[in-house]
Design a protein around this ligand. Structure first.
Ligand SMILES: Nc1ncnc2c1ncn2[C@@H]1O[C@H](COP(=O)(O)OP(=O)(O)OP(=O)(O)O)[C@@H](O)[C@H]1O
Ligand SMILES: O=c1[nH]c(=O)c2[nH+]cn([C@@H]3O[C@H](COP(=O)(O)O)[C@@H](O)[C@H]3O)c2[nH]1
Ligand SMILES: NC(=O)CC[C@H](N)C(=O)O
Ligand SMILES: [Mg+2]
Length: 539
């Protein structure tokens, strides 16, 4: 979602207003959890790749955490920090690979262990500790505590200037601390919930060793952000915003509305791939609840025309993404001519996970799907981006939405992808197929709401499969299509489970309503695939 030039936060009030802990990512699948845990205790944290040049840091952190990682520090080509990080003179905590990195840079005392250690272990704090930073790190902790390990390498000695302050049966160097400097390393992972007191340790590092002011909260964030945006835009300019009715763009739009009032122009594109009554409902709710005037641009013929005859999912996604760009280009021109004002900025609802994905040390992962990308507008339209949510996780966005008084149902809406029904009608998309998918989806979601399942599920939809099956209706043979129902639960949409809470009676009702009410369908399947190996959407 975010282009490479926006990897770091750019001009932001955040660092000026909140003490920041920097997490340097060595590619662990848990790296972002460190950031999460800090935010949960009201400490602002940001993650950057471990290769970040310290001289180019856009802010001065109050402390640095080195994450875990899949590599071995002694391997050729293994990632290493810019040694200048030690000259920042701020506390450092190394986690797993991070600990090994500290040991490697200070005496090369790391090698492959005889035994790999995955799972639970128990740390015993050294008796009679006098190390000031270790005492601060263990503040409020019992002498023995459970932790979760995941490593194959280990320290085979102490790095210069360090001492052991905690050990486990298998790891004599489970917790080490520099004798005088505030630098610590731990072999276990405090960020995972399997380390029950891990959050306390992270808190101790941030508050007792880095002495951060733990003031990060949505309340504190929002006023500053609105103020920053207002100043950035100035008193005369207009801003165009792509608004879908989804949580992210709705909250972002509300922030802009607060900042610049009617100089914010919300645009929703009716791409013909929306759900039943969606454009009208979004127009009403945004107007009614948020006082935002939304222009719905009907571009359905354009989208559906361009999709004619295309069956390849990636081609479909690219066509949809590009067509969005054309529509926004035209809209920006229209606003310029109607207001005779300047339109320099485009609002986008980019979230922190989108940013994290693009900064991870692991580098660009293989493209599974091309997400339709309003960020593509950047190059084409010469518009600058305003991304008020680019530092936030989804649950923080929801919190912010509630704080801004956005109606509950809008804040807790399931996500709906930009390409919409275009990727839920599998294979070729045309009006007739869209109509079938739209009706089936409406029945499924209405029943989910009626049965009180909506908030137990992270996302649900019906998809139309491009296959036909034989059936019998009113004594007549039918040869019709198949609807697949999908409902998932997930924390972050990176992995997901299929929802296993539907009652049999519910499934019977949905299936019977779809077959009876939607012409062209004679079978209904329920998708019981998790992600991975499946994905949430089917295309
Ligand atoms: N039909 C649409 N009209 C205008 N903009 C759209 C449309 N669909 C998507 N977008 C833009 O694409 C962005 C990304 O879509 P995405 O679905 O990830 O976010 P969202 O719709 O705001 O929230 P949610 O993830 O809850 O659906 C949106 O924030 C919005 O800016
Ligand atoms: O705005 C979007 N534009 C897209 O192109 C897109 N593709 C998938 N999704 C949503 O992303 C989440 C994960 O979906 P997948 O497991 O199918 O990748 C799910 O919530 C999907 O609905 C999209 N959202
Ligand atoms: N989880 C980690 O950081 C693992 C670090 C290193 N690759 C090891 O196996 O010890
Ligand atoms: Mg959406």
């Amino acid at each position: 979602m975010s282009s490479s030039e926006t990897l770091t936060s750019g001009p932001s009030a955040v660092h000026a207003s909140f003490d920041t802990i920097l997490v340097l990512d060595f590619g662990s699948q848990y790296s972002h959890l460190i950031t999460r845990r800090l935010r949960e205790i009201n400490v602002y944290a940001e993650m950057l790749p471990c290769t970040q040049k310290i001289a180019e840091l856009p802010f001065k952190p109050k402390g640095v955490i080195f994450s875990g990682g899949p590599y071995s520090v002694y391997d050729e080509g293994a990632p290493h920090v810019d040694p200048a990080v030690f000259e920042l003179n701020v506390p450092i905590l190394g986690v797993c690979y991070g600990l090994q990195e500290i040991a490697w840079l200070n005496g090369r005392c790391v090698g492959a262990g005889e035994k790999r250690e995955y799972g639970p272990a128990s740390v015993t704090v050294e008796k009679g500790l006098t190390n000031k930073n270790a005492l601060a790190f263990f503040k409020g902790m019992p002498e023995v505590f459970d932790v979760w390990m995941s490593h194959g390498d280990k320290l085979h000695g102490l790095p210069n200037g360090y001492e052991i302050v905690g050990r486990t049966d298998n790891s004599p160097f489970a917790v080490i601390a520099h004798k005088t400097e505030p630098i610590l390393g731990i072999q276990f992972h405090p960020e995972v919930t399997h380390t029950p007191l891990g959050k306390q340790l992270i808190k101790n590092f941030a508050l007792e060793i880095c002495h951060v002011n733990a003031s990060w909260s949505m309340e504190n964030f929002v006023d500053k952000e609105i103020d920053r945006i207002r100043k950035m835009i100035g008193p005369n300019e207009h801003v165009i915003g792509a608004v879908s009715g989804g949580v992210d763009s709705t909250v972002a739009a509300k922030v802009l509305k607060e900042a610049i009032g009617d100089r914010f122009h919300a645009i929703m594109v009716d791409n013909g791939l929306l759900r039943l009554n969606e454009a009208e409902e979004v127009r009403q709710t945004l107007g009614e609840y948020l006082g935002i005037k939304l222009t719905v641009v009907d571009a359905s013929e354009e989208f559906i025309g361009k999709l004619a005859g295309v069956t390849d999912p990636e081609k479909k996604r690219k066509i949809i993404g590009n067509t969005f760009i054309h529509v926004f280009e035209r809209e920006a021109e229209r606003i310029v001519s109607e207001t005779s004002g300047k339109v320099e900025y485009l609002l986008q609802g980019t979230l922190y996970p989108d940013v994290i994905e693009s900064i991870s040390f692991k580098g660009p992962s293989q493209t599974i799907k091309t997400h339709h990308n309003v960020g593509g507008l950047l190059a084409d339209m010469k518009l600058k981006l305003i991304e008020p949510l680019r530092e936030l996780f989804k649950d923080e966005v929801r919190q912010l939405g509630e704080l801004l008084g956005i109606e509950h149902s809008l804040v807790w809406r399931h996500p709906f992808p930009g390409p919409g029904l275009g990727i839920r009608v599998l294979g070729e998309v045309n009006k007739a197929q869209l109509e079938i998918a739209r009706k089936a989806d409406h029945i499924f979601i209405s029943e989910i709401r009626a049965h009180g399942y909506y908030e137990q599920i992270s996302q649900a939809f019906a998809a139309l499969l491009p296959v036909k099956a034989v059936g019998v209706m009113g004594d007549k043979r039918t040869y019709e299509q198949v609807i697949a129902l999908r409902a998932i639960t997930t924390h972050d949409f990176m992995t997901a489970d299929w929802f296993d809470g539907f009652s049999v009676a519910f499934l019977k009702k949905v299936s019977s309503r779809i077959c009876n009410e939607v012409n062209g369908v004679n079978r209904v399947f329920y998708d019981i695939s998790s992600k991975p190996p499946a994905t949430v959407e089917m295309e």
